[in-house]
Design a protein around this ligand. Structure first.
Ligand code: BES
Ligand code: ZN
Ligand code: ZN
Length: 506
């Protein structure tokens, strides 16, 4: 893991590369900072723009080595897009492009001047946060299991110095940077949990890793074991866990940054540390990807860690039912009937639809033990959602328009794209069982993502606002669409969305 620190530029800052930003509509960088050394670099910059060697499009980059512009040896010009279309996401992508190119050019540090940016990004805190998120998220790699990995940050891109002539803007920008760094760090922690293979991330180890991640932060942490889960009568959750040699855990994380009277926001994350499908076993092709079936849990963990780090004035609870889904002599069999914590009976007609079974009890627990302002769950729940939306959009389901609106707002702010899919009474009817109250699958051949959501809705008390995020397509292996996401491995999706959602409540 290569940690990149963003600092204010001072006379002692040393970097060989200056970074300037080009706009698609030709707006010129104006940068007159002495130390920033932009006078000469601007000439190069102007020429590059005039020659159209760089058009100013987002993700574009042009590196000049050994050009000796003022104090700097090298110049990196980055495109950002057209003036009118700039958003926080443009800065996240700029940060990502910056890191990727400086890594490629083997630079260890660089200096970025904000003078040309600040008139376009009116809120310095929002801008600083977005840039730092882009930088921090792009710095992540998962290489701790490679014996030859150079674990030291030495020789890697590790420092970005920021300069602005406007001291007030710079101060506020750096406050945003601090937030962005904390958030990116929490997302990277979540990614690490997702990337760790299932032999090293059993339910017990997941609980330990989360406990470790909460240390030093004002988060109350508890992990319930088998006996305690049994006494809570979580028959649905336990039916999934019974096939595994690994004991389940029910993880409870509470952060009380708000007033005593503030209702908590409750986040619930699917924590299946490996999903073989159980007796309804999955085909072998790509089964290794099912180590990522706990990415929902990683998201709710990342979110609470970031909020605690930011000292956000809000009360948050993150709940994680953690288990393996295995076939064995003790595994649940198709047709078996179990009873969830709220007394509803469930016919398990496909043991591979296990996510909804473990979330069912977690949702009951949330409703019974807290008076939630709202509940949001995040889960790699259905292949149907991947088919419907692909890897760019997370599916969101809710019958509560207010919560949905809040999620959509947070989605725009964070760049984490979500798309509403239907959840209707008819879908709830589809989940009725033949021999029990409910069945965990239906005879319907399509619409599986909605039916999964409908099943979950049966475990949320009517008066509690709730939304479900199906992250099956967005949690891992999302490809190069977003430059700050790794092509392969966990994306950490939904953590930033939940953080922003919570921050918007303050
Ligand atoms: N973990 C899977 C969902 C999944 C599929 C996540 C593909 C990521 C990529 C889930 O437990 C599952 O197996 N769901 C079944 C449900 C079906 C049996 C109703 C599915 O989607 O096929
Ligand atoms: Zn499954
Ligand atoms: Zn699963």
């Amino acid at each position: 893991m290569n940690h990149i620190k963003i600092k204010k530029m001072d006379p002692k800052s040393e970097s060989k590369t200056v970074v300037l930003v080009a706009y698609k509509d030709g707006a010129k960088a104006s940068c007159k900072a002495a130390k920033c050394g932009c006078d000469e670099s601007l000439l190069k910059f102007d020429r590059a723009v005039e020659n159209k060697s760089i058009k100013g499009e987002a993700k574009e980059a042009l590196f000049f080595r050994d050009v000796m512009v003022d104090d700097f040896e090298n110049l990196l010009i980055l495109g950002i897009g057209a003036n009118k279309t700039l958003t926080s996401e443009s800065l996240r992508i700029l940060g990502a492009t910056l890191v990727k190119n400086l890594k490629k050019e083997k630079q260890t540090s660089a200096s970025l001047c904000l003078n040309s940016l600040q008139s376009l990004f009116k809120d310095p805190r929002v801008a600083g946060q977005a840039l730092a998120e882009g930088v921090g998220l792009t710095g992540y790699s998962y290489d701790e299991l490679k014996s030859k990995s150079d674990k030291k940050d030495e020789g890697k891109f590790s420092e970005l110095f920021i300069w602005s002539d406007d001291k007030k803007y710079l101060e506020k920008f750096m406050e945003g940077v601090e937030r962005g760094e904390a958030i990116a760090d929490a997302v990277n922690k979540a990614r690490r949990l997702g990337n760790t293979p299932s032999n090293l991330m059993t339910p017990k180890l997941l609980a330990e890793a989360m406990h470790e991640g909460c240390k030093g932060l004002p988060i109350k942490f508890k992990a319930l074991g088998l006996k305690e889960i049994e006494s809570l009568k979580m028959g649905s959750f336990l039916s999934v866990a019974q096939g595994s040699n690994e004991e389940p855990r029910f993880i409870i994380m509470e952060y009380n940054g708000g007033k005593k009277t503030d209702k908590p926001l409750v986040f619930v994350g699917k924590g299946v540390t490996f999903d073989t499908g159980g007796i309804s076993i999955k085909p072998s092709a790509s089964m290794e990807e099912m180590k990522f079936d706990m990415c929902g849990s990683a998201a709710v963990f990342g979110a609470i860690v970031a909020l605690a780090k930011l000292k956000a004035k809000v009360n948050v609870v993150s709940l994680v039912p953690a288990t393996e889904n295995m076939p064995s002599g003790s595994a649940i069999k198709p047709g078996d009937v179990v009873t969830a914590m709220n007394g509803k009976t469930i016919e398990i007609n496909n043991t591979d639809a296990e996510g909804r079974l473990i979330l069912a009890d977690a949702l009951c627990y949330a409703c019974d033990n807290y008076k939630p302002e709202f509940i949001i769950d995040a889960a790699t729940l259905t292949g149907a959602c991947v088919m419907a939306l692909g890897t760019l959009y997370t599916g969101v389901f809710s019958t509560n328009e207010k919560v949905l609106r809040k999620l959509l707002d947070a989605s725009v702010q964070t760049g984490e794209k979500i798309w509403r899919l239907p959840l209707a009474e008819e879908h709830v009817t589809d989940t009725k069982g033949t021999y029990a109250d409910l069945s965990n699958i239906t005879t319907q051949k399509s619409g599986g993502a909605s039916i999964g959501a409908a099943f979950l809705s049966c475990f949320v008390k009517e008066e509690v606002p709730w939304a479900h995020l199906d992250i099956a397509g967005t949690a891992y292996n999302v490809g190069g669409r977003l430059p700050y996401h790794p092509d392969k491995g966990a994306s950490g999706v939904a953590a930033r969305l939940l953080v922003q959602l919570a921050l918007n409540e303050i």
